[in-house]
Ligand binder design. Structure first.
Ligand SMILES: [Zn+2]
Length: 166
């Protein structure tokens, strides 16, 4: 993560660069980074998007993203969902699904992620416009095994699949 202390510039031991307390007082812990994602459900289908950017370009991902400083997962998820789809959801429409651990490779570093995932029931199969920056939105049957961008997506979808069968 760090080769040198970002505060005083002293070299950091490679074996401990994911967490360290520097002599200068600066401390760093590579804790998992929280993300918030929403999975729209209509009948037995779910809405995802094909990533137009790295990592995992061209693979299916959930709508959502990393939380910002002090951001609540529901508020942050609603913000990300609105930015990506143009649809403004309400907190009461969301149903908590679970928390899933993942990995996010970014600029030669693999970050640990804590993926907070909610579902939201849609009354129609709305397909958001998408863009060159985000990607293409598509509905897929919940029992379809696809090449997903990240491991937690498969786990989350199989959980929905089990719930819908009840
Ligand atoms: Zn330092």
């Amino acid at each position: 993560m760090y080769k040198f202390c970002p505060k005083c510039g002293i070299e950091i031991n490679k074996a401990t660069n994911r967490s360290f307390v520097c002599k200068c007082g600066f401390s760093f812990y590579a804790n998992p980074k929280p993300t918030s994602s929403f999975i729209p459900i209509y009948k037995n289908e779910i809405l995802l998007y094909e990533r137009a950017f790295e990592p995992s370009i061209g693979k299916l991902d959930l709508i959502g993203g990393f939380l910002e400083y002090r951001e609540d997962p529901i508020i942050g998820g609603i913000r990300e969902f609105n930015e990506e789809t143009g649809i403004k959801l309400k907190a009461k429409d969301l149903e908590f699904l679970g928390i899933f651990m993942g990995k996010y490779p970014f600029k030669r570093e693999v970050y640990s992620t804590l993926n907070i995932i909610y579902t939201v029931n849609f009354k129609a199969k709305i397909i958001p416009k998408g863009s060159d920056e985000i990607g293409k939105f598509l509905w897929i049957p919940v029992n379809k095994t696809e090449d997903f961008a990240f491991a937690p997506i498969k786990e989350a979808i199989s959980m929905i699949n089990k719930k819908l069968k009840l």
